[in-house]
Design a protein around this ligand. Structure first.
Ligand code: GRG
Length: 292
């Protein structure tokens, strides 16, 4: 298997899925649908939808059965980025190498485009799946995106900015929920679509948690070491905002070691799954060594 060509095959399917499963840009109100597409079609690594597709294929899902779920999770992720960039949160000008949604449109349009992408994610699941699978997918995404996980992680992140006494435990809560929850959900949704057993679902959760932590620690390292042009988003903003990060708490060398430990733990958990896991293993390895 050639990792790079397999990755481009899956990313191309995600791009095609986004084109197909989003309301056309000229649907009324065109400004809202343009803003949704502006943020969603700006590129991005497509990590979460690729994980949905690759995991579903690993368990034998056929054709494009997993595509609506892959698009749904990317819609949800993109909503969280749009809202995170708003002046009331991170107040950022650059995302995915382009002006943020509120800069390209305006604040109200960006807020509504985020709301619409969040809602559309659940509509896609409800419209494209049925029976117990639909319930499982809807529950998985709702729990991962809710007040105890993605939104809860974001809330704690904002609170930690104003709290000089924030601890390593606070940081772990933020990372596990703001970042790892959606990565875990991507793997579990792919597994559900492919018909994974409950034991395999538990394994996918463990892979997702470790991969999510490796991904976020690497994100903290890149924020401290890479430049804005390479990242396509403002570099160094965590330190500027006084954010608690892995690098701030543990230093660069220990952060690199922790990222490596979590990607190793993800690979060890993955070893309990069906034999054709080489693509997922390579994806995990590149996550901890990525440059953007
Ligand atoms: C507003 C509810 C709400 C949540 C915001 C996504 C987020 C939570 C904050 C963005 C800042 C951040 C560092 C989040 C951690 C997760 C993360 C690294 C997101 C960026 O994901 P990538 O790198 O982005 O996969 P692309 O653009 O490649 O999809």
């Amino acid at each position: 298997m050639d990792f790079a060509s397999e990755l481009s095959r899956l990313v191309a399917r995600v791009e095609r899925g986004i084109e197909t499963h989003l309301p056309p840009a000229d649907t009324r109100p065109a400004r809202l649908h343009e803003a949704m597409r502006y943020s969603l079609q700006a590129g991005g690594k497509r990590l979460r939808p690729v994980l949905v597709l690759a995991t579903a294929e690993l368990f034998g899902a056929k054709d494009d059965t997993a595509l609506p779920a892959a698009v749904a999770i990317e819609c949800l992720h993109t909503y969280s980025l749009i809202h995170d960039d708003l002046p009331c949160m991170d107040n950022d000008d650059l995302r995915r190498g382009r002006p943020t949604a509120h800069k390209a449109f305006d604040e109200a349009t960006a807020l509504l485009a985020g709301d619409a992408l969040l809602t559309h994610a659940f509509a896609l699941l409800a419209e494209n799946y049925s029976g117990p699978l639909a319930v499982n997918l809807l529950r998985e995404l709702a729990n991962a995106a809710g007040s105890r996980r993605l939104i809860g992680g974001q809330m704690e992140d904002l609170l930690a900015e104003k709290n000089p006494a924030a601890t390593a435990a606070d940081l772990e809560f933020i990372h596990v929920n703001k970042t790892a929850a959606m990565i875990e959900a991507a793997l579990v949704m792919g597994g559900r679509i492919g018909g994974a057993s409950e034991t395999q679902i538990a394994t996918l959760r463990a892979v997702g948690r470790h991969l999510g932590l490796a991904f976020q620690i690497t994100d903290d390292i890149l924020d401290a070491t890479a430049d804005t042009a390479t990242l396509g988003k403002t570099a160094g903003k965590d330190a500027k905002a006084g954010k608690i990060t892995f690098v701030k708490l543990h230093g660069l060398d220990s952060s690199r070691r922790f990222a490596h430990e979590h990607s190793t733990a993800a690979l060890e958990a993955l070893a309990a799954l069906p034999p054709r896991t080489r693509f997922l293993a390579a994806l995990i390895e590149t996550t901890a060594t990525r440059k953007t």
